[in-house]
Write a protein that binds this ligand. Sequence first.
Ligand SMILES: [Fe+2]
Length: 258
Amino acid sequence: MLKANNIHFINDYRTVLNDDAAILDIRKDIQNGAVYIFKNMYDKEWILEVRKYLTDIGRNSLPNYHSIEAGAPNFHRLNRWDERAYVKGCFHQFVFFPWNQDIFNLFEVLKDGFYLKNAINGLPKNKFMGMVPEDGCIARLSFQFYPKGTGGLNKHSDPVDHHQLTVPLLIMSKKGEDFETGGVYVEGESDDQIFGDDLCDIGDVIFFNAQIPHGVEKIDEHKAADWLSFEGRWMMIFATNKVSGNTSVADSADLENK
Ligand SMILES: [Fe+2]
């Protein structure tokens, strides 16, 4: 199985976004296991505002799950190591689809993350971001909050197919300030855990080959869980998901299955 090897930092993503040769190099690197960290892609103050807004919603409305299909509403839901999930995890998730309006104009503000993801995959920059699914897949913003004391996600690999090579992660919390231990990792070549949070600040985006084993090590395991405190770790996934019923793309694979 492919493991993460060298790590590259890019200080200004705009220098590569429209540079076909640079994008091709990044694609080859990621295919071979490189991790790319795009520094400071998004504004920290804006991210803190979004966190506050999602926290208010999470505290004050009922969580409910909706399946991924054309016209689906934005929603939030809880996952407490749900047996029905392809990858077992424990987090509070806030989901946004391109066809719904939202207060922060999230897809507009965050679109460069998808543009970069699509470019690295060799796809048109707007692919999957329209009002209806394309090729059985859609772009989706998945904010995830991992509460202290219990939040985590099993080691897993995600499908690499026509729709994606890499699943970029927007870092929204600062390790050492918002939480102390755990966080997102990719598995290195000596089966070590390379913690993205150790390498990133709020606003950075991590790109890696979705097939590399990765997960979220439990956040502040020594602390008592308190979902309503919203103390823990936030991130956001630039997801490209198959719609419900599309069997042509593989499911994510849990590598712990505990
Ligand atoms: Fe993943």
